[in-house]
Design a protein around this ligand. Structure first.
Ligand code: SF4
Length: 210
């Protein structure tokens, strides 16, 4: 059963919970069974309408594009763990820290909400095991998870980056274009390189980002 954010203890104290208490909480997607577990974590941006309705990350058009990329890369989605940086659908799909979101949340409260979500829902998943690899889909994951402040995805895509974990060894991440970007007319040319990056081993990456 899908829980609302007001029924999810990790959301207590988050400004987004106060603003939208009946929003659905979108839980991580886990591998179907231990035998198909790839020990690979994918971190996307935020749920859209379909994800919110189904309580699962990366569904809808972006999810279908992601599934298509995985198929091209010969990677079974059932073997992945998938989560978003933000785990409830933001109002009008405006990520809280984006300027457009000032219509519903202040800049200060937005930062508190995003930090809360990373701390209570994303960091625990990153820390739960030594992931063989973490795929960071889009600039939000680049900034919020890998803590890279300068340069966009076009600079960082396909590069191996460290994801620090206090008290634990870092895990390796790879920034990639977000599937929703690849769906846009100007993003389609980045599709082949994204498939290559999905398939590449972290130690043997071609540098397409510069
Ligand atoms: S932003 Fe994250 S922590 Fe806040 S209510 Fe939504 S899911 Fe919960």
């Amino acid at each position: 059963m899908i829980k609302t954010v007001s029924q999810t203890p990790g959301c207590d104290g988050c400004p987004m919970q106060s603003l939208y208490p009946t929003n659905n909480f979108v839980s991580p997607q886990r591998p179907n069974n231990p035998a198909c577990d790839l020990n690979r974590l994918v971190i996307a941006e935020a749920p859209g309408e379909k994800e919110s309705k189904e309580g699962q990350p990366l569904r809808g058009p972006a999810g279908e594009e992601f599934n298509s990329l995985l198929k091209s890369a010969d990677i079974p989605r059932d073997g992945l763990t998938v989560i978003n940086c933000l785990n409830c659908q933001p109002h009008k799909n405006f990520f809280p820290t984006d300027p457009k979101a000032r219509t519903y949340i202040s800049k200060e409260q937005a930062q508190i909400a995003v930090d809360h979500c990373i701390k209570h829902h994303v960091d625990p998943v990153i820390r739960e095991r030594d992931w063989a690899r973490v795929d960071l889909l889009g600039v939000k994951a680049l900034r919020l998870v890998a803590k890279i402040k300068k340069g966009g995805i076009s600079k960082w895509c396909g590069r191996s980056v460290d994801i620090e974990r206090a008290g634990l060894a870092p895990v390796k991440g790879m920034p990639l274009y977000h599937p929703s970007y690849l769906l846009r007319p100007w993003g389609q040319s980045k599709r082949p390189v994204t498939v290559i990056h999905l398939k590449s081993g972290l130690g043997q990456l071609p540098q397409f980002g510069n």
